[in-house]
Write a protein that binds this ligand. Structure first.
Ligand SMILES: Cc1cc2nc3c(=O)[nH]c(=O)nc-3n(C[C@H](O)[C@H](O)[C@H](O)COP(=O)(O)OP(=O)(O)OC[C@H]3O[C@@H](n4cnc5c(N)ncnc54)[C@H](O)[C@@H]3O)c2cc1C
Length: 290
């Protein structure tokens, strides 16, 4: 099928894009990498009257140091995130997760902002940003606000973004010393969306006990799920088999997976348990534990 008719604008400056979004409000849609939006248009599942193409706004594509952490412009392509040496050094879990997104040509067009704004419950990056406690900058003409990643995803394909707002930046705070991270997932074929994905960050104290844990899952609920009870189970514990089993069981209990042709809810819950255990074990190992 062909997309419905729409007006098209390709501003070169952020101000211009925000003015267009302000003027057209709910009738406008932002076009970034197009890897999700173009199919939606072609299937006529989206009917914008105005498409604001942000691809020419070079100021929205960057990776830079900020407040001890890192700031990533929303238009940064997923393959740039994947290849960035700075990100690999500071937040290697992000590099690791990007490799699971579709295939290389998709990551060459797809943007980090597009992936977060699209908010597919099975997407890797939303879960990783929740685990990293990233903050998202949402801009509109004459104002900006920041939203924690945990509060940004409100339902399947639904976010806190309001009409007239553009996601402009993602800020990832510095990780504490002795933190290891791991992203693991299970998909039916390489490049497919995850049946379940788990992002785990574990910080160990000098004695090898867990002093901080952040765990988020994708594919097993309407939004990324932060598994706080699982995190609590790890605090003060050495990463033993029993501690990992308890945390994994708690993470699985926090999920509300769908049943579909790819797998039943029960199957996905079992996967969540297994892969949470695996992600925590690997994160703890990378943090310097055994
Ligand atoms: C075959 C295939 C396999 C894929 N596999 C995966 C996968 O395994 N994992 C995965 O996570 N994704 C996967 N994707 C999706 C891909 O990651 C997309 O790149 C991503 O979902 C959207 O990013 P985009 O830049 O292409 O955004 P677009 O398609 O341009 O936009 C997506 C949505 O976000 C909005 N939007 C985009 N940027 C902004 C912004 N800055 N501010 C506000 N709103 C914005 C748009 O208006 C639109 O509603 C796959 C896609 C394909 C085609």
């Amino acid at each position: 099928m062909k997309p419905p008719r729409f007006e098209y604008a390709a501003p070169r400056a952020l101000d211009e894009a925000l003015a267009l979004l302000g003027e057209h409000g709910e009738r406008a849609k932002v076009l970034a990498g197009g890897q999700s939006l173009i199919p939606l248009l072609n299937f006529r599942l989206a009917h914008p009257e105005m498409l604001v193409d942000i691809n020419r706004i070079a100021d929205l594509a960057y990776v830079r140091a900020a407040d001890g952490g890192v700031a990533i412009g929303a238009l940064t392509r997923q393959h740039v995130v994947e290849r960035s040496e700075a990100l690999r050094a500071q937040v290697p879990i992000l590099t690791e997760a990007c490799r699971f997104i579709g295939h290389a040509p998709i990551r060459h067009r797809g943007t980090i902002g597009g992936s977060l704004a699209h908010a597919d419950p099975a997407s890797e990056l939303p879960a990783v940003m929740v685990a990293l406690e990233a903050t998202l900058t949402l801009s509109r003409a004459r104002s900006t606000r920041t939203v924690p990643a945990d509060g940004f995803f409100v339902g399947p394909l639904a976010t806190a973004l309001e009409p007239r707002e553009l996601l402009t930046e993602i800020r990832v705070p510095a990780l504490p010393r002795r933190t290891g991270g791991a992203f693991v997932e299970m998909a039916r074929r390489a490049g497919d969306f995850a049946l379940v994905g788990v992002a785990a960050l574990v910080t160990l104290d000098g004695g090898g006990r867990c002093e901080r844990a952040r765990i988020a899952l994708c594919g097993v609920g309407p939004t990324p799920i932060r598994a706080r009870a699982a995190e609590d189970a790890l605090i003060g514990q050495a990463p033993s088999v029993s501690a990992l089993d308890e945390a994994a069981a708690r993470a699985a209990a926090a999920t509300s997976p769908p049943s579909d042709v790819h797998g039943s809810a029960e199957f996905r819950r079992k996967l969540a348990r297994h892969f949470t255990r695996e992600a925590i074990a690997e994160a703890a190992r990378r943090a310097g534990g055994s």
